[in-house]
Design a protein around this ligand. Sequence first.
Ligand code: FAD
Length: 407
Amino acid sequence: MADAPRDGGPLPGARADIDPDFFGYRSLLDPDEQALLAGLRAWLTGNVAPIADDYWSRSEFPHQLIPELAELDVMGLSIDLADRKARRRLLSGFVGLEFARIDASFASFYGVHSGLAMGSIAQCGSDEQRERWLPAMRHLDQVGAFGLTEPHGGSDVAGGLETTARRDGDEWVLDGAKRWIGNGTFADLVVVWAKDVTDGSDGGVRGFVVEKDMPGFSSAKMENKMALRITQNADLTLDGVRVPEANRLQHADSFDDTNSILRSTRGSVAWSAVGVMTAVYEIAVQYAKDRVQFGRPIGANQLVQDLLARILGNLTASLGMAVRGAQLQDDGVFHDEQGALAKSFCTSRLRECVGWAREILGGNGILLEYGIARPFNDAEALYSYEGTREINTLIVGRSITGLSAFT
Ligand code: FAD
């Protein structure tokens, strides 16, 4: 493991003269937390960075890296397990940032598995269910996915779930379809959200752990994405899948429970946005210093410095919001509207930043090998998933005014 910095300064692997942590937020971390991040950064730099463009081009996931990734032991960090106490959200936030700095698809793998899937089981599962799945998921012996979105239900999935669950003795029968499910082509288990249509039920939303070899369950890779191409998104089909009652998350009784997971993972998307902003900032600064036009580095031009300062401003403001959000989560006082604002604000700033960074690189900004093209495209997915900007804005607007504008 690489040495941790002593003072919270740039981690090993950072370009020291381009410190993107302008206000020194990393100094809030303890030395052992910084050491963990340094180890993760070294691994990502050595193993993921060199192959990311190639896998992105081919739209494939490098499955061979999963065992080594498991050794880093960073999955489910903020979850209390029998043999590992929960770590601070601040740490898991910075972990997400590190993933996204190298590759946003890897950050998405981490967010889906560690946040959405493990988070659902941790938050909505019984003690027995937590014990049954979480240790294996921590070690990536089992990979998880989260199935909420449907072909006809994206933004209004809360009210419009078409996937149904009907109780039949000690089993449930699941029917329906899910779309966009990250890790969905290869996940060992998927947390599937469905509407209870059992006679006499309240029609509430329930969560089920569907295992990939259950009869009636199938997945098909979604092709031709222009963002997060390493992430394997899938269309899932549930055709009379019989799921034992033991696989129904025992504390998921309504969409409020689903929402409590999204609240926290929206905070995580903010961290991913900061990670991608960090990447494009570092690349753009270096390029502005190296690229010579009119006999001097392009970074000597006021207009280029303006773009760099704007990127750094967006990055710093977003990091501040992500850090404070993590602290509020640790204190148990993080609200829906805060998660919604962090997600929509940070991904909107990200979208500006990748455009400005691409501009600084001129034509080279659209070539994968110069480092901006992949995050430029990936930003589009971060902007739309886990609630679009409009939907998260409606959540914030409802909180500001006390009036719901959802129609
Ligand atoms: P729609 O809901 O059809 O919205 C289309 C447009 O209309 C948007 O701009 C939206 O903001 C706007 N709109 C809709 N309603 C309103 C309104 N009332 N007022 C104003 N504007 C409105 N889902 C999962 O369950 N699991 C996953 O792992 C997962 N991973 C994903 C990965 C990627 C790369 C992507 C792109 C999506 C993923 N999703 C996943 C789904 C994601 O959460 C949805 O795409 C998202 O919620 C938006 O839904 P939609 O795409 O159906 O858009």
